[in-house]
Design a protein around this ligand. Structure first.
Ligand code: ARG
Length: 579
């Protein structure tokens, strides 16, 4: 149920009767103070000026024209130009009842679309680091929400599992002893990353080694069995470690969701041929290049995108052109969303432009690049270890757990070691995730351990704790859910406030499904929890004078708990019974 939308539609209907040509876009907001009306039309003055009417006159037309009288208790005009909508308590109660009895909290399934979400996508032979956190967790929230709404979500973990780095690594590990050790699982990912760093140094300084590395790349590309085996092992060691991170982060990515760069390899030669035939790509100094007039270089000339190097090697762009083609023609994607940092925007637009020119994807297939800012430390510099290195994700999650252990001990909760670690993982990692998800993804944010682990403010511990408190109230009542047959009775302001907030959930979910902005959910859950607190302060639940009222308030509490739980689940944040 999306009340805001219902009101908006009602107004739009009336406006289109006055003049059907224009798009008025009425802005409806949820009022903070219920006495002034639950919802408000905020841009009446602007709409009135478009229609060349006095705001007061237009408000009369709108108020007089609204048909759904069963929803509205009253609709009033207030100076200088607002319309206030008071909703009938009885109608609110009926809607709450629908949510109460529905496992989907009353949210309808949407006509399903095929939606590809490209997220996480780390590179092989390296441990995941904090630069992968935002893509992984924000992408996962979008995946969860679109799936919940009924879409066919295709999670695409576009790992960087192909390219020169493998030539270097194979050249570095070339001797028999190392290869055997690798195959026998003696090398951890950490060790492989160290080899990779050393190999890269050698590649940059030793020409002979560089030559050998390139030869190995060609061998690998031509399907040499030994190289292929080593490559596969490197990919598998990395992905086993990455999967551990995904599990700890409670993200829904599974091994089957991995469709890395190497997957597109077999498509690349024919794409190059095709682009040459279609005169989209040309040969210049031995390289194959697409010149795009849509992009200009510093000299104002069309920008060239190299899609095949002189040595016949393909590039990151070539793979993404193939990837667009595959996602549209084979996966039948109606929508493709990328969670990759903003520096890759130009790269993606170029690949997408080329794919469109070649007719691999239709003109109207939109590229949705959901960009995000960086994590900064308190001094506003990129967040790094003390010695200036990138922070590994595993390191970050270990520290989160450690800090949560202290937090729990400080609260004087004494738990058996296993239980303590389990609870600390949930609290610590949720705090890290929530701190990130609660910031608008478009901006940088400051990573602050103390704030994210605080029990006050818009934090995971606050919401998780609020949830446990509500659950304990519900349990204390000893009234089975079956006995809560009557509809909720809404009398006090804080009850109505809470009721309207609960009903707002669907609107929040739909908004995030369009924009991929989880911070809206965090803000919503935080508000919901604070509205519950003021309801709890103002209305006795268990000691209400009449049993009817007690049951009604209990029902509101259950509705709040259900909504918090579902919202946290959409964010991939676990709940706990006791904190
Ligand atoms: N592997 C890339 C990186 O670490 C991200 C891949 C994003 N997806 C894509 N289709 N290009 O930067």
């Amino acid at each position: 149920m999306n009340l805001k939308n219902i009101i908006k539609k009602d107004i739009e209907n009336i406006l289109s009767q006055i003049n059907p040509i224009k798009n008025y876009n009425p802005i409806i907001i949820l009022n903070k103070r219920v006495q002034l009306g639950h919802y408000q039309l905020n841009n009446l003055i602007k709409i009135a000026s478009i229609l060349k009417l006095e705001p007061c006159k237009l408000s009369e037309i709108i108020i007089g024209g609204i048909k759904k009288k069963y929803i509205y208790q009253k609709i009033t005009f207030s100076q200088p130009g607002f319309i206030n909508f008071f909703i009938k308590n009885d109608w609110l109660s009926t809607e709450l009842e629908n949510i109460f009895t529905s496992p989907r909290l009353g949210i309808k399934r949407i006509k399903p679309k095929n939606i590809v979400i490209d997220y996480s996508s780390p590179n092989i032979a390296k441990e995941m680091h904090i630069g992968h956190l935002r893509s992984t967790i924000i992408g996962d929230v979008t995946a969860r929400i679109l799936h919940f709404l009924g879409h066919n979500v295709i999670r695409a973990n576009h790992i960087g599992d192909w390219g020169t780095q493998f030539g270097m690594l194979i050249a570095y590990l070339e001797n028999k002893k190392s290869i055997t050790a690798l195959q026998d699982n003696y090398f951890s990912l950490e060790k492989i990353e160290k080899f990779y760093c050393k190999a890269k140094k050698k590649y940059d300084s030793d020409q002979l080694f560089a030559k050998k590395s390139r030869e190995y790349v060609v061998k690998l590309q031509n399907g040499d069995q030994r190289c292929h085996k080593i490559w596969k092992k490197l990919v598998s060691i990395t992905m086993v470690e990455n999967q551990k991170i995904y599990t700890r982060l409670n993200v829904t990515l599974r091994p089957d969701d991995t469709i890395g760069e190497s997957f597109y390899n077999k498509m690349l030669p024919s794409i190059i041929e095709d682009l040459k035939n279609k005169k989209i790509a040309i040969e210049k100094n031995g390289s194959i290049i697409v010149f795009l007039k849509e992009f200009k270089n510093r000299l104002g000339q069309s920008m060239g995108v190299v899609i095949q190097k002189k040595d016949k090697g393909f590039l990151y762009s070539t793979t993404d052109i193939a990837c667009f083609k595959y996602r549209y023609q084979i996966l039948h994607a109606d929508r493709i969303i990328y969670y990759t940092d903003s520096r890759q925007n130009q790269h993606l637009i170029q690949a997408w432009t080329i794919a469109k020119k070649a007719n691999y994807i239709p003109e109207n297939l939109l590229l949705e690049h959901h960009v995000f800012g960086m994590m900064l430390s308190k001094n506003k510099r990129p967040f790094k270890t003390r010695d200036g290195n990138t922070i590994k994700l595993s390191q970050l999650l270990n520290e989160a757990t450690e800090r949560a252990i202290h937090l729990i001990k400080n609260k004087k909760r004494y738990l058996h070691k296993k239980k303590l670690i389990h609870l600390a993982e949930v609290i610590g990692i949720s705090a890290v995730k929530y701190a990130d998800l609660s910031k608008s993804r478009n901006t940088n944010y400051i990573f602050d351990w103390d704030k994210m682990l605080s029990f006050e403010g818009n934090t995971a511990p606050y919401i998780q704790y609020a949830y446990t408190r509500i659950i304990s109230i519900i349990e204390k009542s000893n009234i089975p859910i079956k006995k809560l047959k009557e509809k909720v009775i809404l009398q006090k302001e804080s009850e109505i406030h809470l009721a309207i907030k609960i009903l707002e959930f669907e609107e929040i979910v739909l908004l995030i499904s369009k924009k991929g902005t989880p911070h809206i959910m965090c803000k919503y859950l935080y508000q919901l929890a604070t509205y519950f607190s003021s309801f709890y302060e103002n209305c006795s639940i268990l000691f209400a004078k009449k049993i009817k009222i007690c049951k009604s308030r209990l029902k509101l509490s259950i509705l709040t708990a259900k909504t918090l739980k579902k919202g946290l689940n959409m964010l991939g944040i676990k709940i706990v019974k006791k904190m």
